[in-house]
Design a protein. Structure first.
Length: 123
């Protein structure tokens, strides 16, 4: 599930909860044979319960979105590290005619610094 898709589902669900609560409250107002004060008290209690439920739904959606984003960030960093290492090793092999690593100390140091820089940026 993509991050955008997860956020869309959370919003849709939260919207459905709110609309369902409002429809239920309106139906209760029309059907219930209670006094005005009793009705106000009940509607207020249901509105507070609906608010709490909506807040919990939003919190769950936020947690799910943050978890998905963290997982995606970690996977991207790991992929970047692996790719950087592979490129680093391939570059070393391409520098020698027989495919063995024959780079000088200064070339190795420069390549290592570049590799470490890429890995640090991934984190």
């Amino acid at each position: 599930m993509s991050i955008t898709n997860g956020l869309s589902h959370a919003r849709t669900f939260a919207f459905g909860v709110i609309v369902g609560g409002l429809v239920g409250a309106a139906t209760a107002l029309l059907i219930t044979p209670q006094s005005g004060k009793e009705m106000q008290s009940e509607v207020k209690a249901k509105a507070l319960a609906l608010k709490d439920e909506a807040e919990q739904t939003v919190a769950k959606g936020r947690h799910s979105l943050e978890s998905t984003a963290t997982t995606a960030r970690n996977k991207a960093a790991e992929t970047l590290k692996r790719t950087s290492l592979t490129l680093h090793q391939t570059a070393r092999k391409l520098k020698s005619p027989n495919g063995h690593d024959q780079t000088t100390a200064s070339e190795t140091t420069a390549t290592d610094v570049l590799h470490e820089s890429i890995v640090d940026q991934a984190q």
